[in-house]
Write a protein that binds this ligand. Structure first.
Ligand SMILES: [Zn+2]
Length: 80
């Protein structure tokens, strides 16, 4: 997954807007839950739903053992 840099602001109520392009990229929908933590001085929002263990994508996931993999990565692995 490519690196994405965006600027956003926090409002008086502590809310931060996650812009549409990032929500779409990570398949984030209203009502989704996140783990919020601090890592080396960075605030991290980690969607509390499964993602591909290779590309971190969240679309078209297949459960293999205890890990999720997306159809795109699965295809790349099986073709090589
Ligand atoms: Zn993947």
């Amino acid at each position: 997954m490519k690196q994405t840099f965006e600027f956003t602001k926090i409002d008086e109520a502590g809310r931060v807007l996650i812009k549409k392009n990032i929500r779409k990229m990570l398949d984030i929908k209203p009502g989704d839950s996140f783990q919020v933590f601090i890592d080396k001085g960075n605030l991290v929002l980690s969607p509390a739903k499964p993602c591909c263990c290779i590309c971190s994508g969240r679309k078209n996931l297949v459960l293999i053992g205890e890990k999720y993999i997306c159809q795109s990565c699965k295809k790349q692995i099986t073709e090589n």
